[in-house]
Structure formats: C-alpha cells, structure tokens
Design a protein around this ligand. Sequence first.
Ligand SMILES: Nc1nc2c(ncn2[C@@H]2O[C@H](COP(=O)(O)OP(=O)(O)OP(=O)(O)O)[C@@H](O)[C@H]2O)c(=O)[nH]1
Ligand SMILES: [Mg+2]
Length: 353
Amino acid sequence: MKKEIELEAEVKVEICQSVQDLQMSFIRGSDLFGYVGIEAVLDQMRSKMMKAGVEFNIMVVGQSGLGKSTLVNTLFKSKVSRKSCTPNYEETISKTVKLHSVSHVIEEKGVKMKLTVTDTPGFGDNINNENCWEPIVKYINEQYEKYLIEELNVNRKRRIPDSRVHSCIYFLPATGHRLRPIDIEFMKRLGNIVSIVPVIAKADTLTIEERLEFKERIRQDLTTNGICVYPLKEYDEDPEERILNNRIRDNIPFAVVGTDKEHQVNGNKVLGRKTKWGIIEVENVAHCEFVNLRDLLIRSHLQDLKDVTHNIHYETYRVQRLNQSNVNFSELGLSTWLLENGSGEKYESESHL
Ligand SMILES: Nc1nc2c(ncn2[C@@H]2O[C@H](COP(=O)(O)OP(=O)(O)OP(=O)(O)O)[C@@H](O)[C@H]2O)c(=O)[nH]1
Ligand SMILES: [Mg+2]
C-alpha cells in the first residue's frame, strides 16, 4: 500500500511537471462505483497479438562439424513443432556451405509463431581463419539495415517484416579445456551486435564432472574477456527477473545434444542418439540441457530477446548508421538498391508454412 501511494505521488509529480495547468485526480479500483474494465486491455492486447502472430529468428554459429545443422533439425522436430513437420529419415545432414534460413509457422492454442532458423557454414576449415566472423556480422547488420530502410520509408508498412536475428546460438566444442582464442574473438564481436546464447556442442562426449568443470571455466573466461552473453545483468528489469536470470547465468553454457532421429524408449517415441550403451534422449533433462535451451528461447525469454534486439542492438545500429550517414533520401535509395541487388550475397531461405 505504501509503495502504491509513493508510486502515485511520483506519477503525479511527473505528469504535472510535463503538462502545466493540468488537474489530476487518481481513482483507485476500490473507489470506483462500478467496474470500468481497465484490465480488459490485457484481453485486447492478447487478441491483437493472436491475430498478428509472433516472428522469431534464431541463428546458429560455430566451428564446422559441431552439430549446428543437426540442432536446427532437433529444434524443429522436438516439441516446438513436432506436429508441423514431416520427418524425413532418408535425408542426411551434409556440410553447410552457405547461409540458409528455414521457417516454420507453428501454432499452439491459437497463437501463431513464425520461427526462422538461420544455419551458417562452420568456420575453422581454412588454414587462415582470420576474420571468419565477417560473413556472420555482415548478415546480422544487413537485417538491421533492411529494417531501418523500411522504417524510414515514407510509405512504410504497418508491420515491418522482421528478419533481424533475435538470438545467436554459439557452439563451443566440448574440449573440456577453456575457451579458444578464436571463440573469444568471435563472441567478442558478436556480443556487441546480437544476443548470444553459448552452448557446449556434442555434450554426450563429456562426463558429468567434466561438463560441470568445463561450464565453470567457460563462465570465468567469458567474464575475464568481457564477452557479453544473454541475459545481460544490466538489463534485468526488477529483482524478480534478476533471480530468474541469475539462475540462467549460473547454468550457461547449456550442454546440448542434437539429433534428427526418433527411437522407441519404453514404448514411447523419443528424439535421441543411439549408441552401443544406450539411447541419449535429447529432450530428457537428465541426459542433456537441450530442453533448458529451448525453454529459454521459446518459453521464458522469447519476448525479452525480441525487446533486447529492438531496443538495444537495433537501436545502437540505427543511431550509428544515422549519425554516420546523416541519412538523406538519395543515400537511402542507394542502400535499398544495394540490398535489393545484393551488396554482394543473396541468402537462401525456405519456408514450411
Ligand atoms: N556425438 C554427437 N554427434 C553429433 C551431435 N550433433 C551432431 N552430431 C554429428 O556431428 C556431425 C556433424 O553435424 P552437422 O550438424 O553437420 O554439423 P555442422 O556444425 O552443421 O557442420 P558444418 O555444416 O560443417 O558447419 C554429424 O555426423 C552429426 O550426426 C551431438 O550432439 N553429439
Ligand atoms: Mg551445418
């Protein structure tokens, strides 16, 4: 109650300062003679949201052969969209050679989500891996640029299509040692432009102790090298969120296992990797942390990831871009032209709608 009165006083001062000669009176719910229905705004927002749907874009990045493409398939074949995709057991995953996006529209309880996952070619195959982050950084910035151009357009669309990367899953090899210089360099660059969620790839190759110790060492290395990974402490909005996010921060990087195969376990079909000594169940929290990753991305932090992308990363890009070019329409035209005609590359995308 005390807090409420303080808050009310604060709001009054703020409003009166900003709007002079304004008389304000505050009526609390309990003082009302009847029900006005303010809370119904939540239903209105829900209904609008259900109609509009949600767009969410994930990107997978890391050294070649760590299981990025496999994990993309795992995401689509796991509970996220099991119903909406037809498993193709014949298909084998081959080496990814170019940036490639796959979209699925997933519907649950009337809410539609267009989930797009961008798979990237792995780095580390060349003798010289200098600047191997450049194509990824370029792709991420190009999506900001596309959004910016739409936003600045005189006849802009009511809903700007959003291809910005909301989350970048960064794959670390399960070496059991420490972060490698190449991962440090890569993540340092990415951390400034996108929300990174680091994961330990092929975690089935580590024992429980090795996994725990490796995770601890990675957390130390991330801190000592000043690498920004999601969720960042400075963006926690309240103590409640801080507690939730601290739990995630204490648990990253998630040790994941990927597969695109289903097996029978106790009469149930489960996504897993069949080995000589048994089946590693991808969606079993006792076996690996794939579910923790999926829950973070979809169940608990999807909206926050979108907000951070829009309010922090895109905003930084927008300010830099407008300052540097002092945007005028002729330049805008040029940028549009560059994007449409390929400032170089065109990326492949595929939709399963
Ligand atoms: N043990 C184990 N093997 C995995 C796992 N995930 C994928 N693999 C295997 O690792 C190999 C490479 O997997 P990909 O998904 O093609 O790896 P990638 O990171 O996409 O590779 P590039 O496209 O070259 O960058 C395949 O043989 C997979 O079956 C995992 O979690 N554990
Ligand atoms: Mg691949």
